[in-house]
Design a protein around this ligand. Structure first.
Ligand SMILES: Nc1ncnc2c1ncn2[C@@H]1O[C@H](COP(=O)(O)OP(=O)(O)OP(=O)(O)O)[C@@H](O)[C@H]1O
Ligand SMILES: [Mg+2]
Length: 394
């Protein structure tokens, strides 16, 4: 603890500083009021000040008044004075003094007064430390509350999106079925019409034109309807993903083979597939059908990225890592540019154009894996991409 002595009297300064140093305390000594105020305004300033009432520059009362106005760190101020009139004492206390000491200073009294001052200032320091702790804790709690609020808003948005998707899927499904049913009937009627009016062989240019264009139009409508059905089924999985629980132990090799069967169309002749499984691989725990859905999404994405290659390379590896079953799907396709890499898991984000992608594949896959207690992540490769997911084991 540092103590300031401000007195213009050499003897008083000497006496006080030798007592204080004898107590093992650090001493700052000045001869007049302005230096005293400067010392008390510095960072890491003395905690206790013994100030002579009568000093050049600023007197003791003025130093205390200025100090209290600054409202910086509190210093315990003892006024040193020969004045003993109750009116003077009152003036000193009114100015903000904490104690008085008469001149010439009595050694025993100084020690006692310093003990009290130290006790009070120690208490003050403890209080300030607790206050700082409390403020830190309050700031931490505020951050936690803000984080939680953000998470809730996000969860709420996802829930709304889920409900909205379920509603839309239902509304779109009925007219889509209706269109596809009617197109099939129209095709049958078209054939009947051609036969009935001998239009199949007609050389009339208008009839020829309609005969060629009509099947293309109905084909186009059917492709559109299939596309709608694909979006609807993705929307359905998106809205139902939280609700399905058919968890059990399952064989990852079987799930991977099953997924390749489902992707036969996407993984065509130009892709060389390699699978590798670590020996004695334990079973995974989860909903096998949902995990197959994730694998199909990842394999299809990999195949899409290699569609322009003469020989695409698709590797699936399965191994144990940190007591979790890890599956990695690597391709040597187009790769993912840095600036879109952090968007690929967002719902409805696609670079495949409206007709080829819904942009829900990765977002649904990540939700499924996280629901299972695992993680799905992307990492770039020098040529291509790598997607890995983890799952709990038996
Ligand atoms: N293996 C990959 N290589 C390159 N780009 C990828 C790969 N996997 C995902 N992407 C990028 O991430 C985007 C989002 O993928 P996601 O599976 O969510 O939707 P999508 O494939 O576009 O549509 P959908 O899955 O409905 O067919 C893709 O459009 C593509 O740009
Ligand atoms: Mg996809």
């Amino acid at each position: 603890m540092k103590i300031l002595i401000a007195d213009d009297d050499f003897i008083a300064r000497k006496t006080l500083s030798s007592i204080i140093s004898g107590e093992g305390l650090e001493c700052v000594v000045v001869e007049e009021g302005i230096s005293a105020l400067r010392e008390l305004s510095k960072p890491n300033s003395p905690t206790i000040a013994i100030l002579d009432w009568e000093m050049p520059g600023l007197n003791g009362i003025e130093v205390i008044k200025n100090l209290r106005k600054m409202k910086k760190k509190y210093a315990y101020c003892i006024l040193l004075t020969a004045k003993s009139d109750p009116k003077d004492v009152e003036t000193g206390f009114d100015a903000g003094a904490d104690d008085f000491m008469s001149k010439p200073p009595d050694i025993t009294l100084i020690r006692q007064k310093l003990t009290v001052a130290k006790r009070i200032m120690q208490y003050e320091a403890n209080k300030q430390a607790s206050q700082r702790e409390l403020e830190k804790y309050a700031a931490h709690m505020k951050n936690l509350a803000e984080d939680r609020a953000r998470q809730l808003v996000h969860a709420d948005r996802l829930a709304t999106l889920g409900t909205l998707s379920a509603g839309m899927a239902h509304e779109i499904n009925n007219p889509a079925t209706f269109i596809s049913g009617n197109i099939q009937t129209i095709n049958k009627c078209w054939k009947m019409l051609l036969d009935k009016f001998d239009l199949a062989e007609s050389s009339d240019p208008q009839v020829q034109y309609i005969r060629e264009e009509f099947p293309k139009m109905t084909e186009g409508i059917l492709t559109g309807v299939h596309r709608i059905s694909k979006i609807v089924s993705s929307l359905k999985s998106f809205s139902k993903q939280e609700k399905s629980f058919h968890r059990d132990f399952f064989d990852m090799e079987e799930a991977i083979n099953e997924s390749f069967n489902l992707c036969q169309n996407a993984v065509k002749y130009n892709i060389d597939v390699k699978t590798s499984f670590a020996p004695d691989l334990p079973q995974g725990y989860g909903d096998q059908k949902q995990i197959e859905q994730v694998l199909v999404n990842l394999i299809t994405n990999a195949a899409d990225s290699m569609s322009q290659l003469d020989t695409g390379k698709l590797t699936v590896e399965c191994f144990l890592e940190n007591n979790m079953l890890k599956t990695c799907i690597k391709d040597n396709g187009t790769g993912i540019r840095k600036y879109i890499a952090d968007k690929i898991f967002n719902p409805f984000y696609t670079t495949k154009g409206r007709t080829n992608g819904t942009g829900l594949g990765l977002s649904i896959s990540r939700s499924i894996i996280e629901e299972h207690g695992g993680k799905l992540n992307y990492s770039p490769l020098p040529q291509g991409s790598k997607f890995c997911f983890t799952l709990p084991i038996e």
